[in-house]
Design a protein around this ligand. Structure first.
Ligand code: SR1
Ligand code: MG
Length: 401
């Protein structure tokens, strides 16, 4: 079938015709529930059995902007192939893909409606006791096994080609590494923080560090990244974690994924200024978020290094001292990328609900200023970071200023 954007009814019809999902004659309902920046998402459910699936279809443009921003449909292929690879390594941490249709740029996958988006959960002040362990394992396994450490060199290079993803990478290159640091038309920030934003535009040492991080993003093909691992790409319950939406997947620097998770925890940390009016509760939730930041890094690194020792086939990996120097660079990368990801969400296109739901402009500006400070400090001080507590100390000091 030639490409066309499906209606709710067409999505039902499409699923009905797929073998093995529903019985013939099943009565299905369909709701378009997509609230992300790019795609259509249909929730298809059979009332009689409670069975449901998700149909995700790429639009030929970025939904957040409209038809004036054309965007490749190939991102649906990238997403379904990345999900299948991730499922091979961590089947309990991603949705199962049932079907992919290249013509319609559409993927049918497991429904996760019993989970909530982590960003929403954090805004509501929920805690997720298994999250750090889960996301640490997700990143350690997916990144290790697709890197030169865990994949055969031929396989790795084939995967680099499969996941070139130039158009979505360009979005990240522009929106994370370029536009927020100059007076670009895509920027969209609270007018009350213009002074702080202009100071960033004029901060030459900061812009140099961001340029170095961008160059790493452009050139360092270390592992198959998720590529957009923010808290809106993660579904959670108290017991379970599921990572969705890897349409930005490409071969890049490992710290970019870890930095994305940490950045989004810290954006929520900054937003607590307006989200939680009770000072005691705010303090305690912030401590929970900082502990989670530390745990995410510690879980990731302990599992990644364990895989390195037990599974690395690349002979140079076992040269004395290599893993330590790799990890040292990785934590600095992580902090730097986290910093860029924080700054882009405050200054650039596509902000985050954590900050944007703060109704009062003044209060939101105060939270945003804290986020800007944390982001800059993580970038500028990253070369001195050796432990996860060095990152959280930077956050504590920025908060106290
Ligand atoms: C036009 S897309 C804007 C943002 O949404 C995605 O989630 C990515 O983060 C992208 O930068
Ligand atoms: Mg997304």
């Amino acid at each position: 079938m030639a490409y066309r954007a499906l209606s709710e009814q067409e999505a039902v019809q499409y699923v009905k015709e797929l073998p093995g999902l529903f019985e013939p004659g099943a009565e299905l309902t369909s709701r378009e529930i997509g609230d992300g920046n790019l795609n259509l998402v249909f929730h298809i459910r059979e009332e009689a059995t409670g069975k449901s699936v998700i149909v995700k279809q790429a639009l030929p443009y970025a939904r957040v902007v409209g038809e004036s921003w054309p965007l490749t449909l190939d991102r649906a292929r990238i997403e379904s192939e990345a999900l299948r690879i991730q499922y091979k390594h961590v089947p309990d941490l991603v949705p199962e893909v049932y079907h992919y249709d290249a013509e319609l740029a559409l993927t049918v996958m497991e429904d996760l409606s019993d989970h909530v988006l982590m960003r929403k959960g954090l805004i509501e002040g929920e805690r997720y006791p298994h999250f750090a362990k889960h996301i640490g394992r997700f990143m350690a396994h997916t990144l290790f096994y697709t890197s030169d450490l865990g994949a055969h060199p031929y396989e790795k290079k084939t995967l680099v080609g499969t996941f070139l993803n130039p158009e979505l990478c360009k979005i990240t290159e522009d929106l994370v590494f370029t536009d927020p640091y100059e007076d670009a038309p895509t920027n969209n920030f609270n007018p009350l923080i213009r002074k702080e934003v202009e100071a960033i535009w004029n901060h030459k040492p900061l812009k140099l560090e961001i340029a170095k991080l961008k160059y790493d993003f452009l050139t360092r093909a270390e592992a198959l990244l998720h590529g957009d691992l923010h808290t809106g790409s993660i579904f959670v319950t108290k017991q379970s974690t599921k990572v969705i939406d890897p349409e930005f997947a490409y071969y890049g620097p490992i710290g970019f994924d870890i930095g994305a998770v940490i950045a989004n925890l810290l954006l929520n940390y900054a937003a607590q200024h307006g989200l939680e009016p009770d000072a005691g509760k705010r303090e305690s939730y912030r401590e929970y978020l900082l502990t989670t930041v530390e745990d995410v890094w510690n879980e990731f690194v302990s599992q990644f290094v364990q895989l390195w020792h037990k599974q690395a086939k690349e002979r140079s990996a076992h040269v004395e001292g290599l893993w330590q120097s790799y990890v040292k660079r990785l934590i600095a990368d992580t902090a730097g990328f986290a910093g860029c990801k924080i700054l882009r969400r405050v200054i650039g296109l596509a902000g985050v609900a954590d900050l944007n739901t703060i109704q009062d402009d003044q209060t939101r500006a105060e939270a945003e200023r804290l986020a800007l400070l944390i982001g800059q400090e993580l970038i500028l001080k990253r070369s001195g970071i050796e432990e996860s507590t060095d990152m959280t100390d930077i956050v504590r000091q920025a908060t106290a200023r």
